[in-house]
Design a protein around this ligand. Sequence first.
Ligand code: 1GP
Length: 244
Amino acid sequence: MNPIYNQILQAKANPEESGKKLLAILLDPDKIDLENIQKLTEKINQSPATHIFVGGSLVENNILDDLILKIKENCDLPIVLFPGNASQISNKADAILFLSLISGRNSDYLIEHQVNAVPILNKTNLEIIPTGYILIESGAETAVERVSKTKPLSRNNPEYILQTAQAGEMLGKKLIYLEAGSGAKLSVSKEIITLVSQNIKIPLIVGGGIVNLKEITKAHNAGADLVVIGTAFENDINFFNPSL
Ligand code: 1GP
């Protein structure tokens, strides 16, 4: 039961034993050419990634099922949906981050989309992982902010970010995701990651604006249990092998 979440819990409990910290490569179906998927999965297989996340703020094409099936032909990593709305659900994936944007006060992203997703989710075998999604100010407006019509939390108020994360935990979320936004100017700061990770018991995901390997390590060392890389890998598929 819940194999993907249990694996995240285990990695959090025994980081030494699992040998490496968790890392997800985020693929946005809108930005992927199915013709190049083999090359892309080769690069993912050579990388330290432990998960593939699939999703985006505005997925406008219908390639989700095909994309996931094609990735699975060449890659054994678990595929986790990271949906912007209920249209981004595919039974071909292994799990879904069932997100609630708890930093915002737009009821559509707190509960409306989730209610609309239920009839679709009931027809799938996806592992559903309730996730408190927290958008943090990152220097400029991001797509999440624009699409969700919510304000990010101030990066100058770490205590309130922690309070929000703890509210998510008390509401029963299984993960907290601190999000700076895709392509963010500023990633979530080390101080915020440390404060939140030390004061919640559930695993912490951190993503947005992380652009090099050093920053991945920095986020892990600060306390992130799983780091997400999207844009940097999208822009350079040799991101993990800079010598190539
Ligand atoms: C966005 O956290 C992810 O939802 C990844 O962000 O594209 O900036 O890596 P980047």
